[in-house]
Design a protein around this ligand. Structure first.
Ligand code: HEM
Length: 459
């Protein structure tokens, strides 16, 4: 490291623990303070040195140079345990090929088909709630997004029983990811009940998905779902033989599930949470959804008329980006912001930290969907909540379609009275930044004695 200035170390590091206690106690507050110490700041988490990039331009540099700042670090190590080398976790050396194979399945032309699966699932869940029922919104939205990814991936190829089994095992797996993300390596290998549950659920998922993929390969019935598109996918720059193998397809299915369920569900929950405490936003959101939908579940055709819903969702994602803290590992020695980083350095970036920079977003703590009016008066960001460079979110379009349809359907079809504990501060963020437990009492708008003016209704 000679010849370049030493990296600033965030204050408050304790012997052995480093910043682990402060980071785990209040991670968002901890991150927000880091830019005051430098553009690139070192933190220490239980013996691990992590370099956090606090400047948007340097974050972009890091994301663009994805062969140097390769996927790695604790988050991707954990993801690889279950999802192998899927497109989100594979090293840069495998990424270009995988991305070329996956990308067409997320083309704009595919969205109306996925939107139909979204509407169907939302109709089943939201339409199934009884008036007066108390629902756990975090769980229900996750159930919807999980079902949507499974439907989008397998289409009619998965029967209801297999669907329920896979969804249940995925829930165990996701909880395991979050728990293990910041666990020291040794603890992850111990045969604790939690680790065993996680491992068994992951094995069952791989087996079930493997069977489904073999069956779908034999059928080749031309049904257009994500899996059939990935089965047909060929790398245009390479040979016929360069299609995905069955093993890789299981990796992709797990990757899509991991990347595409808690993320969108969390964003929608945040939007509901923020709307509940901002009555002007809540009223406008509600008015738009109820006028456009007239009591039905939202469909693809409704999207152009749901502009304000989109603004609310985008602002919620800025303030509470589901992927809030993401890691890389330097493949070779390199410079960043005038500092020398040896090969093998863990580097992290945070869409949360970037979304809270006052230079980019004046008064960043203010929930203001108006920032995104007419496509956004907000600055064109070098780094958004969907990442950047070659590893940016391949599901961003899918996520926005699903998020807008879900948010509009929830507030358009139902009146959701959030219980007071749902309005408390979020619990410790895990793999994704979710608002924790959010419960609400559900009624149908037309049947309310007093539909508006309640202090904490989300819709
Ligand atoms: C609001 C919802 C979502 C947000 C905020 C989000 C955010 C992100 C971010 C920040 C990354 C980059 C990670 C990194 O740099 O380490 C990413 C990658 C990815 N996301 Fe999303 N995501 C969302 C929804 C989805 C959905 C619905 C899917 C799929 C159905 C998806 C699939 C992926 C995949 C496959 C990658 C890896 C891309 C690559 O490395 O080529 N995401 N996402």
């Amino acid at each position: 490291m000679s010849g370049t200035p030493a990296l600033p170390l965030a204050p408050g590091a304790l012997p052995l623990l480093g910043h682990a206690a402060a980071f785990l106690r209040a991670p968002l507050e901890f991150l927000e303070k880091l830019p005051a110490y430098g553009e690139v700041v070192e933190i220490r988490i239980a013996g691990r040195r992590v370099v956090v990039v606090c400047d948007p331009a340097l974050t972009r540099t890091m994301l663009v140079h994805d062969r140097v700042f390769d996927k790695g670090g604790p988050i991707y190590q954990r993801l690889r345990e279950a999802g192998g080398h899927g497109v989100a976790s594979c090293p840069a050396s495998e990424h270009r090929r995988q991305r070329r194979l996956v990308q067409p399945a997320f083309h704009q032309s595919r969205m109306p088909g996925y939107a139909q699966a979204m509407t169907d699932r939302m109709e089943t869940v939201i339409g199934g709630w009884q008036d007066g029922q108390q629902v756990d919104l975090t769980r229900e939205t996750r159930r919807i997004t999980a079902d949507v990814v499974i439907s989008a991936f397998f289409g009619a190829g998965m029967d209801e029983a297999a669907h329920a089994r896979v969804a249940a095992d995925f829930t165990v797996m996701m909880a395991g990811f979050s728990r293990r993300m910041l666990m020291p390596e040794l603890l992850c290998t111990l045969p604790t009940p939690g680790n065993l549950r996680y491992r068994r659920a992951t094995e069952r998922i791989r087996q079930e998905l493997g069977r489904l993929i073999t069956r779908q390969r034999r059928k080749a019935d031309g049904a257009a779902n994500l899996l059939s598109l990935l089965l047909e996918a060929r790398d245009p720059d390479s040979s016929e033989a360069d299609a995905f193998t069955d093993h890789e397809l299981v990796d992709q299915a797990i990757t899509m599930f991991t990347a595409g369920t808690e993320t969108t569900a969390g964003a929608v929950c945040w939007a509901l949470h923020l709307a509940a405490t901002h009555p002007d936003v809540r009223e406008r959101l509600r008015a738009e959804a109820r006028t456009v939908l007239g009591g039905r579940t939202a469909t693809w055709e409704d999207l152009p008329a749901l502009g304000y819903t989109r603004q609310v969702l985008t602002e919620a994602i800025r303030m509470y980006p589901p992927g809030w803290f993401l890691t890389r590992e330097t493949a070779t020695a390199t410079d960043l912001g005038g500092h020398r980083l040896p090969a093998g350095t863990t580097v992290a970036y945070s869409p949360y930290l970037i979304g809270r920079l006052p230079a980019l977003y004046p008064d960043p703590g203010r929930f203001d969907p108006g920032r995104w009016q007419d496509g956004g008066r907000a600055p064109k960001l070098p780094v958004t909540a969907f990442g950047g460079g070659a590893r940016s979110c391949v599901g961003d379009r899918f996520a926005m379609v699903e998020g807008v349809l879900l948010l509009a359907s929830l507030v358009g079809r139902r009146h959701l009275e959030l219980t007071p504990d749902s309005l408390a501060l979020p619990r410790l963020p895990q793999l994704t930044l979710n608002p924790g437990r959010m419960t609400a009492t559900v009624t149908t708008p037309g049947q309310l004695a007093a539909p508006s003016g309640r202090p904490h209704s989300a819709s």
